[in-house]
Design a protein around this ligand. Structure first.
Ligand code: ZN
Ligand code: ZN
Length: 447
């Protein structure tokens, strides 16, 4: 077990400094932010050298890690861990998936807040059994906030989720603009996908339980289980039907804006947050220079549709969280200084400029900020509950549920006429499995 308490303040500061790039950009901010701890932070290694060395050529050193390796650290009973699984924008890029934050609690509960395009791959890199990833809260229905939901739904079931996926999302001005309508449409979109899987795989995870709540609710409880309370409040973004969330558990408070213009609800209901994640858009000049916006459009989108860095700082100055997290901008070496400097015009408190795989360990005493080091070539994590063999009853039930004829799920004579005869090379695979496992697996063509 790694003792993460010991040097966490130093490392949090270092992680922040490296992540923000303010060594190169604004050393005066660093001085102001750290104050008396600066000297020790700068020369921490020299202080350590005064003691007897504790190194060995063969033993693991008993020291804090500067990175988070998934599946290598227990979560303490009173601890919250937040992992950025997407911090980017609707314009897709390999370096940053779109909005997605995972919250893991010491009571064992896990929650996904938004699940934007590209985030399902990030989630899979964390190697968490998929039965634990069964609760998703969607702040609004832009694809950069729910575009990977079908990836988690189908891929998560294939990788071991054998319980339904539970999804919460807001209503809209009319039913057609609400979450239930959107996800009914998603399920329709997946009819062919699921028809082809029913009868071939454990089908229990291919169910989505959707809870649509009133977007107008002001600090309304939308989830209350196992000591965890999640509330929603209105956001101002695009059109009616966007919300922000607050999760409270064990005297810790996580707040997530999804997308919003600064508003009175966030200012009121995000108070006392231990960690407050709020959108912070790319600076207006970079919208012109990097994204090709006209100045007119950049000024509108960068200040009126989204939250400009200066406005993000104002929001955080109003609510004063223990850790403010800015996301929703492309975080490159040349865009980050603009965002950082503009936030610092209006906010001087603790700050993380989020990027994918940033990790926050939150307790009452400390907030540690690190980056995760992840594998990319991952496979399915372990099952949290035993799998069941496929059943053709699932295909029948699916056909009934969708209202189609079971005879239409499968191959027609037209298609089967195209089969090449490779039974002779496939039959030994069944014999091999039968011999290895000591039970008979009849070859399908022989039944
Ligand atoms: Zn949006
Ligand atoms: Zn967005």
């Amino acid at each position: 077990m790694i003792d993460r308490g010991r040097a966490s303040k130093l490392s949090a500061w270092f992680a922040g400094g490296l992540a923000f790039g303010f060594w190169a950009v604004a050393p005066d901010h660093a001085t102001r932010a750290v104050g008396d701890g600066l000297e020790r932070a700068l020369f921490g290694r020299a202080y350590a050298q005064e003691a007897e060395p504790e190194v060995s050529p063969t033993r693991v050193r008993d020291r804090e890690r500067e990175v988070y390796f998934p599946n290598s650290e227990d979560l303490a009973p009173d601890e919250m861990r937040v992992i950025a699984c997407g911090t980017g924008m609707p314009t897709t890029r390999a370096k940053q998936a779109a909005a997605c934050f995972l919250v893991e609690l010491g009571n064992g509960d896990k929650f996904l807040f938004d699940i934007g395009s590209g985030s399902a791959e990030r989630i899979s890199s964390l190697q968490i059994p998929y039965n634990y990833l069964d609760k998703v809260f969607v702040g609004h229905l832009h694809t950069d906030h729910f575009g990977a939901l079908h990836d988690l739904f189908i891929g998560g079931a294939l990788m071991g989720r054998n319980v339904p996926l539970r999804v919460w999302g807001p209503s809209g001005a009319i039913p057609e603009l609400g979450t239930a309508y959107a996800l009914e449409g998603m399920m329709q979109m997946l009819t062919w996908d699921m028809a082809g899987r029913a009868g071939n795989v454990d089908f229990r995870g291919y169910r989505m339980d959707v809870t649509e709540f009133d977007f107008r609710g002001e600090n309304q409880v939308i989830y209350d289980e196992n000591g965890v309370v999640i509330r929603s409040f209105p956001a101002i973004h695009a059109i009616d039907g966007a919300v922000s969330f607050a999760l409270e558990w064990n005297d810790l408070k996580f707040v997530f804006s999804s997308d919003t213009y600064p508003n009175k609800w966030f200012r009121e209901y995000a108070q006392d947050a231990d960690i407050a994640i709020h959108e912070c858009f790319i600076a207006v000049p970079d919208l012109v220079n990097k994204m090709g916006f006209t100045p007119e459009s950049a000024l509108l989108v960068g200040t009126q549709v989204h939250t400009a860095p200066e406005a993000f700082g104002k929001v955080m100055s109003d609510i004063r969280p223990r850790m403010a997290v800015a996301y929703h901008f492309f975080k490159d070496f040349d865009t980050t200084p603009q965002v950082y400097d503009r936030i610092r015009k209006t906010y001087d408190g603790p700050l993380s400029l989020a990027e994918d795989y940033m990790v926050w360990n939150v307790t009452k005493d400390d907030i540690q900020v690190r980056m995760a080091a992840v594998e990319e070539a991952t496979w399915a994590p372990p099952l949290a509950a035993p799998a069941e063999p496929p059943s053709l009853d699932d295909r029948t039930a699916f056909a009934e549920q969708v209202g189609i004829d079971i005879a239409d799920i499968g191959f027609s004579d037209f298609t089967t006429a195209g089969y090449d005869d490779v039974d002779a090379v496939l039959r030994p695979i069944f014999q091999e499995a039968s011999e290895a496992l000591g039970r008979e697996f009849p070859y399908p063509g022989d039944q």
